[in-house]
Write a protein that binds this ligand. Structure first.
Ligand code: C2E
Ligand code: CA
Ligand code: CA
Length: 580
């Protein structure tokens, strides 16, 4: 009778009503429930709910839960289920439930009132799809990726020993393929690449398209950091297989950046930024490789940016200055010239080495005005010494020239103008150029060098031996000085054994080569008496290094030369028989 009362009340409502016995057999159901599932009342009443309305793969598990729940009076009062309608459609129903008791208090069955929210669920799904998925690949988009990442972060905070990793995967040749085969082919490649990524990870991991040809992979619950690196290797191998796009096979590789989730992270964006940073590093180091983010990369990126901003102002604020390292006769230590070396007195960081800021200056193009300033400054200094001692016409001033300056079209004019303005004799100026600057554009370099040489300017090849120049190339350039890199000079004695022997042979070969070509040799970075003796025995005439002098501030350098006379002349006189 109770059922009849309930039925009466429910019939008029747009709700599914159902009464089951303790085994799941349908004792009654509402007309609305019939309408929604597509079955007639006759088909439903008397049948088992789970046999008719539940998907076969879930049937037994759900029946067991139900039977157990009813008997123990332990069913939740709110249950969401998906029913399978007669035509196969899914019907999503939210139920309010109640266990029915017999007069002895034992559970005898179940009553439920349900709302069909299939439409609403589909709307929500669609809505989620649009906002959280990439329409092309169907993968999660950046928003969804970040929200998953936030979840992983919060789990990390609460569970010790829980590791996760973010991989940023960037296709190396996507632009080439997109430009040459067209956008449709490009799109296909992206969809395929997305599939490959999904095939490389576990179902609980997230693969997202972050934008363009950049994908993100979130691997949650890793045993160790090594697993993330192994996964990067797996992904790279999988992407190396050719992609079939229409009739064409396209090849690509991937550069991967890895960031490991750690307690230092508060925000998901930061993890992603670091993985991105590592990916750029992988690209910069030659693509088709992976890099694991380290704290230092972030610091480096920030530091570089700050330095760049500061460097732009350094010239105007007189923070740059030049120091002068003597170049001496190896035998006597007498000064024959100086190399001008740039320094930066940073207002906060103190003195910064050119090794740390010349690369930034080169990257930003600032090296052109800065290099020009060094040239002027060095020439002004030399000129002022000559004013004090006009007999110093034998003294040379060497100035480093970056390859970026070397390629700048106005170099020749700048040099001419500097010589004119400062009144320095071109014969006293030497320009130091690295092998790579010559090799980047050998034809243009040969012309430019011939031109400079024609004016009497000296030309040195710097850091000789560290580049990859072939000797035949070297012969094409009108150079007059070879500077043997410090690495060979120190390696000649200090490393001992086989390495020392081969370094020694190399230095010997360079000195012999230079002599045969009529060139001077300067050994760089001579620090010990042992090195000096050996170099002298090999026939090297000139040297530079801490053994003789560190680079000096302009005042100290001046003291060294204003009263000097030509050391070569002195040597010449010394070898002559005494006069009279
Ligand atoms: P570099 O042209 O090879 O200059 C020689 C470097 O070796 C200088 O370092 C010098 O201080 C250092 N050195 C000299 N003797 C010794 C020694 O006995 N032991 C050791 N350990 N080092 C020695 P610095 O001044 O730090 O300059 C580094 C590099 O920065 C230079 O290498 C050059 O490539 C670049 N550089 C410096 N000034 C300029 C400049 O005005 N323009 C350009 N384009 N590059 C510059
Ligand atoms: Ca140099
Ligand atoms: Ca050098």
């Amino acid at each position: 009778m109770k059922i009849a009362e309930l039925a009466n009340t429910l019939e008029g409502m747009a709700a599914l009503g159902v009464v089951l016995d303790a085994s799941g057999r349908i004792l009654w159901c509402s007309t609305f429930a019939c309408a929604r599932t597509g079955y007639s009342l006759g088909e439903l009443v008397g049948a088992n709910w789970f046999d008719v309305l539940v998907a076969p793969e879930e049937r037994e598990a759900r029946r067991a839960l139900f039977v157990e729940g009813v008997l123990a009076d332990a069913l939740p009062s709110r249950i969401d289920t998906v029913l399978i309608a007669r035509d196969g459609r899914s019907v999503t129903v939210a139920w309010a439930t109640r266990t029915l008791k017999g007069s002895d208090g034992a559970s005898v069955g179940f009553a439920g009132v349900g709302i069909d929210f299939t439409e609403w669920a589909m709307d929500a799904d669609r809505c989620e799809q649009g906002h959280l998925h990439d329409p092309l690949t169907g993968l999660a988009n950046r928003t969804m990726f970040l929200s998953r990442l936030a979840l992983a972060l919060s789990r990390y905070r609460h569970a010790d020993g829980h590791i996760f990793a973010v991989l940023v995967v960037d296709l190396d040749r996507f632009k080439v393929i997109n430009d040459s085969l067209g956008h449709t082919a490009g799109d296909e490649l992206l969809v395929e690449a997305g599939r490959v990524l999904v095939s490389c990870v576990r179902p609980q991991d997230t693969v997202a398209r972050l934008g363009g040809d950049e994908f993100g992979v979130l691997v949650d619950g890793l045993d160790d950091a090594g697993s993330a690196v192994r996964l990067a290797g797996t992904i790279q191998d999988a992407l190396r297989n050719p992609f079939r796009i229409g009739a064409i096979e396209a090849f690509t590789t991937a550069s991967i950046g890895i960031a490991l989730g750690g307690p230092s992270y508060d925000r998901p964006e930061d993890v992603l930024r670091d993985a991105d940073n590592a990916m750029y590093r992988a690209k910069a180091r030659g693509k088709a490789r992976y890099e694991v983010f380290e704290e230092s990369m972030h610091l480096r990126a920030v530091k570089l940016l700050e330095l760049e901003t500061d460097l732009r102002r350094a010239l105007d604020r007189n923070e740059l200055y030049v120091v002068y390292q003597p170049i001496v006769l190896l035998k006597t230590g007498a000064v024959t010239g100086f190399e001008a070396l740039l320094r930066w007195r940073h207002p906060v960081r103190g003195i910064i080495s050119p090794v740390d800021f010349i690369p930034i200056a080169e990257e930003t193009g600032l090296i052109v005005p800065i290099g020009q300033w060094v040239l002027e400054e060095a020439c002004r200094t030399l000129r002022s010494w000559l004013v004090d001692n006009p007999s110093l016409t034998w003294l040379t001033m060497s100035v480093n020239l970056s390859s970026k300056q070397f390629l700048a079209p106005r170099l020749r004019d700048d040099i001419d103008q500097t010589l004119t303005v400062t009144g320095v004799d071109p014969l006293q100026l030497k320009l130091e150029i690295t092998e790579s600057a010559l090799m980047d554009n050998p034809e243009a370099a040969a012309l430019l060098l011939a031109d400079l040489r024609g004016r009497g300017i000296g030309l040195s090849i710097d850091d000789f031996g560290t580049g990859y120049s072939s000797l035949s190339y070297l012969l094409r350039f009108p150079l007059d000085t070879l500077k043997i890199d410090r690495a060979f000079v120190s390696g000649m004695v200090d490393t001992g054994g086989e390495r020392a022997a081969s370094n020694l042979e190399l230095v010997r070969a360079i000195v012999t080569l230079a002599r045969n070509l009529g060139m001077e040799v300067v050994a760089e970075g001579v620090e010990t008496e042992g090195q000096r003796i050996r170099l002298e025995a090999l026939g090297c005439q000139l040297a530079q290094g801490y053994l003789f002098s560190r680079p000096l501030e302009v005042g100290a350098a001046r003291l060294l030369v204003v009263n000097a006379t030509n050391p070569r002349a002195r040597r010449l006189f010394a070898s002559l028989p005494p006069a009279g």
